[in-house]
Write a protein that binds this ligand. Structure first.
Ligand SMILES: [Zn+2]
Length: 336
């Protein structure tokens, strides 16, 4: 019964997350430690928290760039990764495909290979969550920088535990066609492909991610709802959508729960997965967004568990790993 569901049940669910950015997931205590070590930033935690309020998507990107001044060294990245992994364990998130944007750190003099190695060292210090890395080629860095990042990523795939790539940033100004070669090359190198599309731009951006970039999954993809033909294509082809409901409300991409596209997408049978995106910058989590779906739309546990099965199916883990994740989720459900 939907009405019997408690938030603590969703907290205890063994969860999979496919759309979370390392740099947006640094727990507040760790973020505050980085700010204090760097100096010249907010003087109080309250002031820091106020930086994470946005009027629109452009303001969010602005804060993202501002925040980079506090991730200055490889040690900072190792420290961040460890703190994020510990937080995932607390949330009962057991498998993650995590975005990280090495090219954003170039301005601080950090190179892709050593940065990804530092992130891996931090993640490996924590037991209880498996994290595969998915570097973000960053649309705004431009074609040349994105190709350089990709080449550097390909060199450390095995050592850093990299499973795929994505591309985020300003999809309206830096369209998919600029990055067709990058995605073709990543695909031939055995990397899986996702792209942020249909978040700040409309259905054409989603179609381009599918047709020009050949993605396996869509980051967000929610604005596909503006084109019923495209929604039908996503449903028929079981294209996974990495939906991040609270993120969309915080950046103004969606204006209310009432009109949030996630509801339509779930109701028409699209392959929706639920994710936090930048959990500390948006004050979001997978458990809380599952709870929001329950409270706002009345979805019961079966629907919410179904969304978690979607995340397992849409993940890029190998067959045995997926089977283990499914078994764990089923075991949990039977134990309730
Ligand atoms: Zn994202």
């Amino acid at each position: 019964m939907a009405s019997d569901l408690k938030f603590s049940v969703l907290e205890s669910m063994p969860k999979v997350e496919l759309h979370i950015h390392l740099e947006g997931a640094i727990p507040m205590d760790a973020m505050w430690a980085l700010v204090q070590a760097a100096g010249g930033g907010p003087r109080t935690r309250e002031e820091l928290a106020r930086r994470f309020e946005y009027g629109d998507f452009a303001q969010f990107l602005d804060t993202w760039m501002w925040k980079l001044r506090f991730h200055r060294t490889y040690h900072d990245y190792e420290f961040m990764a460890e703190a994020v992994a510990r937080d995932l364990v607390i949330q009962n998130i057991v498998y993650v495909e995590m975005y990280v944007s090495p090219s954003d750190a170039r301005a601080n003099g950090l190179e892709t290979g050593p940065l990804l190695a530092a992130v891996r060292r931090g993640l490996d210090k924590v037991e209880g969550v498996d994290v595969a890395l998915v570097p973000d080629l960053v649309r705004n860095s431009g074609q040349r920088a994105a190709m350089r990042t990709l080449q550097e990523v390909i060199e450390v795939v095995e050592d850093a535990g990299i499973i795929g790539i994505t591309i985020g940033g300003d999809e309206a100004r830096y369209g998919a066609e600029l990055f067709a070669d990058h995605f073709a090359r990543a695909g031939s190198a055995g990397l899986r492909l996702s792209a942020h599309a249909g978040e700040a731009a409309g259905p054409a951006s989603v179609t381009a991610a599918l047709d020009v970039l050949g993605v396996d999954r869509l980051g967000h993809g929610i604005r596909a709802v503006e084109d019923p033909g495209l929604v039908a294509r996503l449903v028929v082809n079981r294209v996974p959508l990495e939906v991040c409901p609270t993120s969309n409300l915080r950046t103004g991409v969606a204006t209310s729960w009432e009109t949030h596209p996630v509801r339509t997408l779930i109701d028409v049978g699209a392959m929706v997965t639920i994710n936090s995106d930048d959990p500390v910058m948006f004050d979001s989590s997978v458990a809380r967004d599952l709870w929001n779906l329950h409270c706002e739309y009345g979805y019961g546990l079966d629907v919410l568990v179904g969304l978690m099965h979607n995340a397992i199916d849409a993940s890029w883990a190998d067959g045995a790993h997926k089977a283990a994740l499914r078994e764990r989720l089923q075991g949990w459900q039977e134990s309730l």
